[in-house]
Design a protein around this ligand. Structure first.
Ligand code: THU
Length: 129
């Protein structure tokens, strides 16, 4: 799948976000090495701590379907800022695909490209255990 198509999938997921508390929708689209794509959105909860981010929704969907080898993830927001992943999502990405690419979109659909290594340097991972 082209980068542009993956970005569009992340943007489309903004409509699925369940965000009655923050009103901050996030969409994600995750490309696996075999070409499979998993999408996700953030899903909030009245017990705020039970909220899950869009990226982890997509990653957990993938892992639960037997996919762990990720090439890139696109994260879409609606605000002026580029929607960067939170620390917990960075850590979850690192568990499975330390070399993956992270593409962050702002509300205009403009993209910033990172490697996960850039976003989470000196990270703790499975190799420590
Ligand atoms: N959120 C994500 O979905 N991904 C991130 O990496 C940052 C935060 C969501 C969680 C919550 O529903 C809302 O954005 C505000 O924090």
């Amino acid at each position: 799948m082209t980068e542009q198509a993956l970005c569009q999938k992340a943007i489309d997921m903004l409509d699925m976000a369940y965000v009655p508390y923050s009103h901050f929708p996030v969409g994600a689209a995750l490309l696996c090495r075999d070409g499979t794509v998993f999408t996700g959105c953030n899903i909030e909860n009245a017990a705020y701590g039970a909220t899950i981010c869009a990226e982890r929704t997509a990653i957990f969907k993938a892992v639960s379907e037997g996919h762990r080898d990720f090439v890139r993830i696109v994260i879409a927001g609606k605000s002026e800022d580029y929607c960067v992943p939170c620390g917990s999502c960075r850590q979850v990405m690192m568990e499975f695909a330390p070399e993956m690419e992270v593409i962050c979109l702002n509300g205009k659909g403009e993209a910033k490209h990172y490697t996960l290594r850039q976003l989470l340097p000196e990270s703790f991972g499975p190799e420590y255990l």
